[in-house]
Write a protein that binds this ligand. Structure first.
Ligand SMILES: Cc1cc2nc3c(=O)[nH]c(=O)nc-3n(C[C@H](O)[C@H](O)[C@H](O)COP(=O)(O)OP(=O)(O)OC[C@H]3O[C@@H](n4cnc5c(N)ncnc54)[C@H](O)[C@@H]3O)c2cc1C
Length: 332
C-alpha cells in the first residue's frame, strides 16, 4: 500500500479506535468559502472517500477520467467498521437477476471471494456461501486528497467544489462532474435536499481479534440482528484476522460506552473468549427516511449527483452506484 494511503488509514484507525469518540450532535454548519482560493481542475470530483465514493472514483479512473476524491477522514465514517459481506437480501430491493452486474463491478474493483458461513444454531447442518469484498483492497486506492468540502455549487454545467485542506487553505476545483458521497453528512452540504429527519445515521461497531476462525458463522439474536464472525484481510498487510459484529444499529442518542460493552460481551460469548479485541471500529450507517433501494440518488442540474443512504448494504450499494454513475456518463 502506498505510504499516503497508509498514512490516511493510520489516522483513521487511530481515531476510530479512540474510546469516547465525540458524539455528533446535530448538523454541522459548514463555513462559507471566503477570500482567495487555489484553483484546481478535474474531470470529476468525488466528495467523500467511503466505499461509495471510492467505488465510483475507481470506476471512472478505470475509464481514463482524471478524478479527484476529497475526504476529511471522519472517525465515524461508515466504511471503517464494514465487514465486506455482500448481503443478498430482499431489503436491498435488488432482484436476484439484477445482482450480476453489481457483483461484476465489485469483482473488477476489489476482487470477491466466497466464504462459507455456518448458520447457527443448526449443528453445522445449514451453511450459506456469502461473497466478500476485500476491504483491504477498498482502502488501497484511489489516492484521496485530505480536506473538508464546505460548498458544492451545482447550478452551472460545471460544478465548483470548495474545500479547505487540513492547514486551512481554501481550494476551488472546477470539475466536469461532481459526485457527492458524504455518507451521513450529505445533509450538511445540501440542507435543502435533506430536510431535518430525512437523512439519519445509525451507529454500529465491529471488532477485530488476532488470529482467524476455522469456520465463519452467523447467529441471529434479535430480529434483523445477528452476530457475524468471519476472517478478514488486514488493511496494513499483516495477514488475516477475525472480524466480528453483532449488527447493533442505533441512533446516536442511544449509543454510549455501555452499548459498546454489550456488543463486545455478545461477541465474546459467541467466540468463547475473554480476549481484548485488537481494534474496536465504530461508524455510522447512513439511512434515508424513504428507504430507497438500494440507496438514495439525487441528480442536481446536469452534472452533480448525490448518492447516500446505503444503510446496512454498503457493498451492494457501492457496486450499484458505480454502475449507475458510469451508465449515466455513458462509459459503462
Ligand atoms: C459495524 C458495521 C458493519 C458493517 N458491515 C457491512 C457489511 O459487511 N456489508 C455491507 O454491505 N455493509 C456493511 N456496513 C454498512 C456500510 O459500512 C455502510 O453502508 C457504508 O460504509 C456507507 O458508505 P458511504 O461511502 O456512503 O459513507 P461513509 O463510509 O461514511 O463515507 C463518507 C465519507 O465522506 C467524508 N465526508 C463527509 N462529509 C465530508 C465533507 N464535507 N468533506 C469531505 N469529506 C466528507 C467522511 O469523512 C467519510 O469518510 C456495516 C456498517 C457498520 C457500522
Amino acid at each position: 500500500m502506498k505510504a499516503t494511503v497508509m498514512g490516511l488509514l493510520d489516522g483513521l484507525f487511530a481515531a476510530a479506535c479512540n474510546p469516547g469518540l465525540p458524539r455528533r450532535t446535530g448538523r454541522r454548519i459548514l463555513p462559507v468559502p471566503k477570500g482567495d482560493a487555489i484553483e484546481e481542475r478535474a474531470d470529476m470530483v468525488v466528495v467523500g472517500g467511503g466505499i461509495m465514493g471510492r467505488s465510483i472514483a475507481r470506476t471512472m479512473i478505470g475509464h481514463g477520467w482524471d478524478v479527484r476524491t476529497i475526504d476529511d477522514a471522519d472517525p465515524l465514517n461508515g466504511t471503517l467498521p464494514c465487514g465486506g459481506s455482500v448481503k443478498p437480501s430482499p431489503l436491498t430491493g435488488i432482484p436476484p437477476e439484477e445482482m450480476k452486474p453489481i457483483l461484476d463491478r465489485l469483482e473488477a474493483l476489489y476482487g470477491l471471494h466466497k466464504e462459507r458461513f455456518q448458520i447457527r444454531p443448526s449443528m453445522g447442518m445449514v451453511k450459506a456461501d456469502v461473497w466478500q469484498v476485500s476491504m483491504k483492497s477498498v482502502w488501497a486506492a484511489p489516492n484521496v486528497t485530505r480536506g473538508t468540502v464546505c460548498q458544492v455549487d451545482w447550478k452551472p454545467n460545471y460544478p465548483l467544489v470548495w474545500y479547505h485542506s487540513p492547514n486551512g487553505v481554501l481550494h476551488r476545483v472546477t470539475a466536469g462532474v461532481a459526485v457527492v458521497t458524504a455518507g451521513a453528512r450529505c445533509d450538511e452540504l445540501f440542507p435543502d435536499v435533506f430536510p431535518p429527519g430525512t437523512l439519519y445515521a445509525k451507529q454500529g461497531i465491529s471488532f477485530r481479534f488476532p488470529g482467524t476462525v476455522e469456520q465463519a458463522w452467523v447467529e441471529a439474536w434479535a430480529p434483523y440482528k445477528q452476530v457475524t464472525i468471519h476472517n478478514i484481510d488486514r488493511e496494513d498487510g499483516a495477514g488475516w484476522e477475525t472480524w466480528a459484529s453483532d449488527g447493533t444499529a442505533l441512533l446516536q442518542e442511544g449509543w454510549g460506552p455501555e452499548r459498546e460493552e454489550a456488543c463486545l460481551t455478545r461477541i465474546r460469548k459467541g467466540l468463547g473468549t475473554a480476549e481484548e479485541p485488537r481494534l474496536r471500529l465504530t461508524g455510522l450507517r447512513p439511512f434515508h427516511r424513504l428507504k430507497p433501494k438500494p440507496c438514495f440518488v439525487q441528480q442536481l442540474g446536469s452534472a452533480t449527483t448525490i448518492l447516500t443512504g446505503a444503510g446496512k448494504f454498503g457493498c451492494i450499494s457501492a457496486g450499484w452506484a458505480a454502475n449507475h454513475v458510469a451508465r449515466t456518463l455513458g462509459v459503462s
